[in-house]
Design a protein around this ligand. Structure first.
Ligand code: FAD
Length: 509
């Protein structure tokens, strides 16, 4: 029995976990990263940059309005306003910390991305935003005296407090030992669930484990069905699939079929810069029809490609594609999770002592569709807000109960799950497919137990099954229209127990 007050545990060292850790000072932080610092994180791979109203012709109100429009009726407008207003200050602070954002003289160099009404994306060496930002954050964290780093330590389960809420984490060290780390406050910052899909741009280790962990303590999962598919992952058979950043389309690159015919102008007035879900569906249908989909940057970028988009150029080269002279084969890939662990605007989950920030969290900011390059900013703005609340949090005495590590899916079962998710919960869905997906999840659970990946997949499938409409990133073939009055999805572990053929609740208890 132990009364724990000040230490703060953070799981995850992407932009959200690191920024929260830095701003929690002087509160002592123990920072667990499932992989060595800089690895296993979507942040490192971000290409385009960070959206913020930095241009003379821009304003936070315009950024908020674009965010709300992109989210297709489900954006929490307070969250959008907070994000947009704090954006420019966050960029200034990151720049001061050493993140090498590009400038044109005194002004910021800004890219235009889809569904933004202004050029608004602050970039780093063309397509190196994530790597540049992460390097600056890692330097700062390594120098911060209030942060104790545990690299390669993986959170396996949350420890329930005997009183109520969360009392810390059961963590596995790099050589496999299990440790109970007790803490008054625990922050989940574990990123995406793209790794549940056969084709993804995120690290394949990002499988929504935090959703399974949090829901066992009573957290609500919000909008799990809203997964954003990036339309232009480079289709060269790599897992994860490398990305051809949207900034290429912002620079004028076009989408063509195998015959060289441009297909987006017939589909949307903004053509290649239409909202992501529309471009992703168009690319998906092109591929399904056999016509193929290619990103053609020959005229728009041409010989300047290696200098302006070095990461994409390297990725193309690994598949023997030269984008200066050849169109790039592309396919949609799971890229970003709009849904996640429900929080308020300060990252609080409603479960005492449990917080969530970054991509694993959902405060309604992104609604049904994330506006491009809003997610790094999400990690910054709401990470800082969570840190502020945590600095001020009243000490809390806790007595940790028992926590058990969830079973791990063997690789062959994981690949079965990833294939079924891509087939049935991908760019287009319907009732028959989603029920088939739930049946696959059920079979895998019978064979291997309630692994976290299965619980996370079941949230996506059930949310998608229950949302009988098409909206933002969620498109139902059998319900192609939006409903008049949208509402967020909110699911708990108990809801999963009522889903078809399901034994998760019994297993978790
Ligand atoms: C290829 C690509 C390009 C992108 N480009 C952009 C862009 O240009 N602009 C933009 O705004 N967004 C972009 N995004 C999205 C953006 O990068 C992510 O949404 C954002 O980086 C998520 O940050 P995060 O801190 O929440 O998670 P991550 O950066 O994914 O970090 C998660 C961390 O959690 C750790 N972890 C996971 N599980 C555990 C566990 N159980 N225990 C302990 N640690 C754990 C991981 O090791 C990692 O350190 C892109 C995403 C991808 C994949």
């Amino acid at each position: 029995m132990q009364a724990v007050t000040r230490p703060l545990l953070i799981l995850g060292a992407g932009i959200a976990g690191l920024w929260t850790a830095l701003h929690a000072a002087p509160r002592p932080v123990i920072l667990l990263t499932g992989a060595p610092l800089g690895r296993g994180s979507s942040t490192a791979w971000a290409q385009g940059g960070v959206a913020a109203a930095l241009a003379d012709d821009d304003a936070p109100a315009l950024h908020a309005a674009d965010t709300i429009a992109a989210g297709a009726g489900l954006v929490d407008e307070d969250a959008a306003r907070l994000l947009a207003e704090a954006g420019p200050g966050e960029i200034e602070d990151l720049y001061a910390l050493g993140a090498p954002f590009e400038k044109d003289g005194e002004a910021w160099a800004l890219s235009r991305e889809a569904a933004h009404s202004r050029a608004r994306v602050a970039r780093v060496k063309g397509d190196q935003a994530g790597a540049g930002i992460l390097a600056a954050l890692i330097d700062a964290v390594r120098q911060a005296h209030h942060i104790e780093l545990r690299e390669g330590w993986r959170g396996e389960a949350l420890l329930p407090a005997r009183e109520r809420g969360c009392a810390g984490v059961l963590a596995r060290d790099p050589v496999g030992g299990l440790h109970r780390l007790e803490a008054a406050d625990t922050v989940l910052a574990t990123g995406s669930l793209g790794g549940l899909y056969a084709v993804t741009t995120t690290p394949w280790t990002s499988q929504g484990q935090a959703l399974a962990m949090a829901t066992k303590l009573g957290a609500v999962i919000r909008d799990p069905e809203f997964v954003q598919f990036h339309p232009t992952a480079i289709d060269i058979g790599r897992d994860p699939a490398p990305l051809a950043t949207e900034a290429l389309r912002g620079e004028g690159a076009i989408l063509i079929d195998r015959e060289g015919r441009r297909f987006m102008p017939d589909i949307h007035p903004d053509a290649e810069l239409a909202p992501r879900d529309i471009v992703a569906r168009a690319v998906h249908r092109q591929i399904q029809s056999g016509a193929g989909a290619f990103l053609d940057a020959r005229a728009a970028v041409g010989d300047t490609f290696p200098d302006r988009f070095p990461a994409v150029f390297r990725a193309c080269a690994s598949g023997r594609i030269d984008p200066r002279s050849q169109p790039i084969p592309v396919a949609p890939a799971a890229h970003y999770h709009m849904g996640g662990i429900e929080t308020d605007l300060d990252g609080f989950t409603g479960v005492d002592g449990l917080w969530a920030v970054g991509e694993c969290a959902s405060n309604g900011l992104h609604g049904a569709n994330r506006l491009a390059s809003n997610s790094l900013l999400d990690g910054l703005v709401f990470g800082r807000r969570a840190a502020q609340r945590l600095r001020e949090a009243a000490p809390r005495s806790i007595h940790a109960g028992h926590g058990a590590a969830a079973p791990v899916l063997p690789d062959i079962a994981l690949q079965t799950l990833r294939g079924a998710m891509a087939r049935h919960a991908g760019v287009e869905r319907d009732k028959t497919g989603l029920e088939a997906l739930l049946a696959v999840v059920d079979q895998l659970e019978t064979a291997h137990g309630p692994a976290s990946a299965l619980i996370a997949a079941r949230f996506v499938a059930l949310g998608a099954l229950r949302r009988e409409e098409s909206r933002g990133g969620h498109h139902r073939r059998d319900f192609p229209q939006p409903q008049a009055r949208p509402a967020p999805t909110r699911l708990t572990l108990a809801d999963l127990a009522q889903a078809p053929a399901n034994r998760i609740l019994e297993a978790a208890e």
